[in-house]
Design a protein around this ligand. Structure first.
Ligand SMILES: [Zn+2]
Length: 154
């Protein structure tokens, strides 16, 4: 999970992990349509804090990820069990910044899991998982169940 309900995000705008304008638009629109309607408050941070305490919560990057995955999310700075000050979302180049996958990786950043890791456990493709289905369809939204999960915690 992220460390509180105020979620600041940044999208890499230069260098080898830069998002193209179209990718940024996908992320911006996805956050506005899927996560802003939850109890999370989503803000863009144009001057990201990358070290110390109170870092920018989610960094979106475009670049290579391990193995055959198209997206990968990890905690860069754990502050407690399952709580993270800064989470990195990296999605492969070549058109993989889709609403569904960016919703999925953002879900991990705020504490959502795959069906196999959920309680109660669910099939990885159970539609109740919304964009946390694995594999993830390009346009699957967050869904009411995941909105409730987020709102129950934050
Ligand atoms: Zn995943």
């Amino acid at each position: 999970m992220t460390d509180n309900n105020q979620v600041y995000y940044y999208m890499n705008s230069s260098g080898s992990l830069e998002l193209e304008a179209g990718d940024k638009s996908v992320v911006r629109n996805m956050l506005a349509s899927q996560y802003s309607p939850t109890d999370l408050q989503i803000y863009y941070d144009s001057t990201p804090k990358l070290t110390g305490t109170g870092e920018t919560d989610i960094l979106y990057q475009e670049g290579d990820v391990p193995g055959s995955y198209n997206g990968y999310t990890w905690c860069d700075d754990p502050v407690a069990t399952y709580v993270c000050d800064q989470t990195v979302v990296r999605i492969e180049g070549g058109g993989y910044y889709k609403p569904g996958l960016s919703c999925h990786e953002t879900g991990h950043a705020v504490g959502l899991t795959h069906g196999a890791d959920a309680y109660p456990r669910r099939n990885q493709r159970d539609s109740i998982l919304g964009c946390m289905e694995t594999p993830t369809d390009d346009l699957t939204p967050l869904g009411a169940n995941q909105r409730n999960n987020i709102n129950a915690y934050y």
